[in-house]
Design a protein around this ligand. Structure first.
Ligand code: LLP
Length: 416
C-alpha cells in the first residue's frame, strides 16, 4: 500500500506526510511512484504475450515527473491537446507511441502531431477527416488515423463522464463507420491504422467495456470484408478505482474480457487508462484552519478547496478523508463536513465524516492522484498547490506552489 500509518503518522511510501507539509507547505498533492509503477505493470502483465500498448491518459495527471515515470516504463500516451503533446515531449515520451484523441483538434494541433510523428490521430467527425487529409497533403505526409467509433453502449457511470451513448458528442456514429472508413481509404493524405472507442470513465463493472469491444470487433470483421485492414484496436480507458467500498472489477477483468472478445484477432491492442494508474497513487494534503461546530452541522475548514480538487463539487464525488495523525490528542471528535475557504456552498471536499480534527492538524484527501491537480484552477485567486513525488524515502518537488505574483503576471490595466 502506498499510504499507510507508521507509528501513528500517515506516510507516502516511507515519507511522513508531516515532513512533506513541513518542507513544502499545504495544500500539496503527494504521489507515490511505486503505486504508479505497480498499476502500470498490472496492465503490462495482463497484456503480456500479445501485441499491445498501454497509452497512459495524460489528462488524468499530466505532471512532468509522473509522465517521466510512465516514459521510463515504456508506456505510450493518450493525449487530447497540443499542450499535452508538449508535455509528453518534455517528459521524454516516445512519440511513436502517442495517440491523439479529442473532438476539437485545431489545425495547429494536428500539424504539430503529424510533425511529431504520433502513432495515430483518433478522428471524431467527417469534417475532421477532411481537415487532417488536407493538412497532411500540405505537409507531404500521410496521416496515420483511426476513427473513434461510438458503440452506443451505456458505461453505467456518472452522466458527466459517460461518453459512449448515441446522444454523446464523442466519436462517429456506429452506423456511419463503414462508410467513413471506405471514404478515408481513398484519401491521399490518410493512412488508416486503427479503430478506437472509449465509452466512459470510472466503470466499476467490466461488462460494458467488454460489450463495447464486441461491437468494435464486429465492425472490424465487416471492414476486413470490405478490404480495409487495420493495425490496431484502441479500447480506451475508463477502468474505475475504489474510492470508498465500491465493488470494483479488477484490471484483469477488463483486460481478459476484452482479449476474449478479440479472440484470435491479430491487431495490436491499445488501452488508454488514466485514473486506474494514478488515482490511488495520490493524495491531497491539507491543513485544518478552523474547527467550526454548528447548530445543524459541524465544519472543518481546511486550506484546500474546490479549486484544488473539483471532483466533490462537480460530480458529488466521494473521497476518503484520513487524519495524518491517526489520533489527534486534542482533537474534537464529531461528524464534520470538510470544506474549503471558497465563497460557494459547493466548496466541500467531503460531507458527514467522523473525525477528531484540531486546528493546525493535517488531513489527507485520498484517491486524489487522478483528475485532481489536472482539473485545478485559480478560482478566488488561489495559487495552485505544490506537487510532490515520493519514491521510497525520497521526496521530489515535482511542481512548486504558484505565487500570487505569478497569477497576476499575465494581466494588464489599460491606460486609456
Ligand atoms: N481515453 C479517452 C478517449 C478519454 O476520454 C478518457 C477520459 C480516458 C481515455 C481516460 O479515462 P480514465 O481511465 O481515466 O477513466 N474528470 C473526470 C473523468 C473524465 C474522464 C475523461 N476522459 C473525473 O474526475 O472523474
Amino acid at each position: 500500500m502506498a499510504f499507510t500509518y507508521r507509528g501513528g503518522v500517515l506516510c507516502a511510501e516511507e515519507v511522513s506526510l508531516e515532513d512533506v507539509a513541513r518542507q513544502f507547505g499545504t495544500p500539496c498533492y503527494v504521489y507515490s511512484r511505486a503505486a504508479i509503477e505497480r498499476a502500470y505493470r498490472e496492465y503490462a502483465d495482463e497484456l503480456a504475450g500479445r501485441p499491445s500498448l498501454v497509452c497512459y491518459s495524460v489528462k488524468a495527471n499530466s505532471n512532468l515527473a509522473v509522465l517521466s515515470v510512465m516514459a521510463q516504463l515504456g508506456a505510450g500516451f493518450d493525449i487530447v491537446s497540443g499542450g499535452e503533446l508538449a508535455r509528453v515531449i518534455a517528459a521524454g515520451g516516445d512519440l511513436a507511441k502517442v495517440v491523439f484523441s479529442g473532438i476539437g483538434k485545431s489545425e495547429i494541433e494536428i500539424r504539430d502531431a503529424l510533425q511529431a510523428g504520433v502513432l495515430s490521430i483518433n478522428l471524431e467527425s467527417e469534417q475532421e477527416l477532411a481537415r487532417v487529409n488536407g493538412i497532411a497533403i500540405g505537409m507531404g505526409k500521410r496521416a496515420p488515423v483511426a476513427f473513434r467509433v461510438n458503440p452506443d453502449v451505456d458505461a453505467k457511470t456518472h452522466p458527466y463522464i459517460s461518453t459512449g451513448l448515441k446522444q454523446s458528442k464523442f466519436g462517429i456514429a456506429y452506423a456511419d463507420a463503414e462508410r467513413l472508413y471506405r471514404e478515408a481509404a481513398r484519401l491521399p493524405g490518410i493512412r488508416l491504422t486503427g479503430i478506437g472507442c472509449h465509452i466512459g470513465s470510472l466503470m466499476n463493472d467490466s461488462a460494458p467495456f467488454v460489450a463495447a469491444t464486441q461491437r468494435i470487433v464486429a465492425l472490424l470483421v465487416r471492414l476486413e470484408q470490405a478490404g480495409i485492414a487495420l493495425a490496431h484496436i484502441d479500447l480506451g480507458g475508463g477502468m474505475g478505482i475504489r474510492y470508498k467500498d465500491e465493488a470494483q472489477a479488477p484490471i484483469a477483468a477488463f483486460v481478459h474480457g476484452a482479449l476474449d472478445a478479440l479472440g484470435q484477432r491479430k491487431e495490436k491492442v491499445l488501452l488508454d487508462p488514466g485514473r486506474s494508474i494514478v488515482g490511488n497513487a495520490g493524495i491531497l494534503l491539507t491543513r485544518v484552519e478552523y474547527v467550526k461546530p454548528g447548530e445543524a452541522k459541524n465544519f472543518v475548514v481546511v486550506d484546500a478547496a474546490m479549486n484544488d480538487l473539483l471532483r466533490p463539487a462537480l460530480y458529488d464525488a466521494w473521497h476518503e478523508i484520513r487524519q495524518v495523525r491517526e489520533t489527534e490528542s486534542d482533537g474534537l471528535a464529531g461528524v464534520y463536513d470538510v470544506v474549503g475557504p471558497i465563497c460557494e456552498s459547493a466548496d466541500f471536499l467531503a460531507r458527514e465524516r467522523k473525525l477528531a480534527p484540531r486546528p493546525g492538524g493535517l488531513l489527507a484527501i485520498m484517491s486524489a492522484g487522478a483528475y485532481g491537480m489536472a482539473m485545478s484552477s485559480n478560482y478566488n485567486t488561489r495559487p495552485r498547490p505544490a506537487e510532490v513525488l515520493v519514491s521510497g524515502g525520497e521526496m521530489h518537488l515535482a511542481r512548486r506552489r504558484e505565487t500570487t505574483q505569478e497569477l497576476l503576471a499575465l494581466e494588464t490595466i489599460p491606460q486609456w
